[in-house]
Design a protein around this ligand. Sequence first.
Ligand SMILES: CC(C)(COP(=O)(O)OP(=O)(O)OC[C@H]1O[C@@H](n2cnc3c(N)ncnc32)[C@H](O)[C@@H]1OP(=O)(O)O)[C@@H](O)C(=O)NCCC(=O)NCCS
Length: 378
Amino acid sequence: MMVCEYKPGLEGIPAAQSSISYVDGQKGILEYRGIRIEELAEKSTFLETAYLLIWGELPSKQELEAFEHEVLHHRRIKYRIRDMMKCFPESGHPMDALQASAAALGLFYSLRDLHNPAYIRDSVVRLIATIPTMVAAFQLMRKGNDPVRPRDDLGYSANFLYMLNEQEPDPLMARIFDICLILQVEHTMNASTFSARVTASTLTDPYAVVASAVGTLGGPLHGGANEEVIQMLDKIGSVENVRPYIEDCLQRKSKIMGFGHRVYKVKDPRAIILQNLAEQLFEKFGYDKSYDIAQEMERVVEEKLAGKGIYPNVDFYSGLVYRKMGIPTDLFTPIFAIARVAGWLAHWKEQLAENRIFRPTQVYNGYHEVPYLPIDQR
Ligand SMILES: CC(C)(COP(=O)(O)OP(=O)(O)OC[C@H]1O[C@@H](n2cnc3c(N)ncnc32)[C@H](O)[C@@H]1OP(=O)(O)O)[C@@H](O)C(=O)NCCC(=O)NCCS
């Protein structure tokens, strides 16, 4: 067997062949099925983009309407899932609540009819439709309120904000939220997508695939970074404190949250769009002084780390946008999951089309022939 060089984090090693999305990290290009992210953010909707990613082409008007209609009618969660969620501790992280709830869905749909397009479609619709309802339900229940029923007259993003805040959102806010979902829906072979594909390769059900990806997304080096960005901006507190904070991080060799990316060596194209969305929100709904701190951070980090290709990533401005929408910090990552579920499902479908179970190798660096020491001699 050929022995390859060990690369920590599998950097640069292809884990799959995929036609779902493409990144050019040197030029700052991101495409979904060949379409530039800037164009989708301007012209598409989250559900249309989800369809594009999962079925490979933009839907016709009829196909889109049918998909939207199906999602609309699957948004309610079973009362048994809701009752299970009521037993979760209010102090628990909403990502853990989401992971458990997504896995629990699989208990109700245990059929694994993976070659049946109707089963694939039904699972896609069900997961895309119910994950926002589960996130909103946990948020209300941990505050001691009853979950709000989805409203059939509201679109996907407007309905989520309605279920979360118990009031109909401003149309600009709903549209900006929808664009945020487009920006976060897919991003090549990141950690949670890899996790989804590994789980998919065992031919388990899609609920287990999504639950394992949700678990992976929760960590601070992946989806959890946008929460930490907001905490960091609050801790810095003023523009004057930015430089000493960054110098201290660099001296302690600790990572500055919201900066750096394994693939992008320029400013993440999603960060550019999100910054623009943040400005639109500030213009309509009032300024956030953390934005000044963020901009100063960008300047100082560029001055100090541009040589290493460290620039703002998608998480740097998304937290500011979500906070302006009144969304609690610990829901930022569950919202990332609401978007990313469509990307994971596109990879699930692609993995199934040419499946081989993942079984990498390892470089063993332990001992051999070690004698077993009886417990009283250790
Ligand atoms: C995203 C991330 C995990 C990528 O990690 P990676 O590809 O393994 O990159 P490395 O950790 O090897 O970093 C390469 C170099 O850049 C530096 N670097 C990377 N990200 C940095 C950051 N956010 N702040 C300061 N330095 C950073 C590293 O210290 C390292 O420097 P060195 O070569 O002198 O040791 C990393 O940039 C990070 O932890 N960023 C902060 C968390 C974050 O925002 N995550 C969201 C990602 S979308």
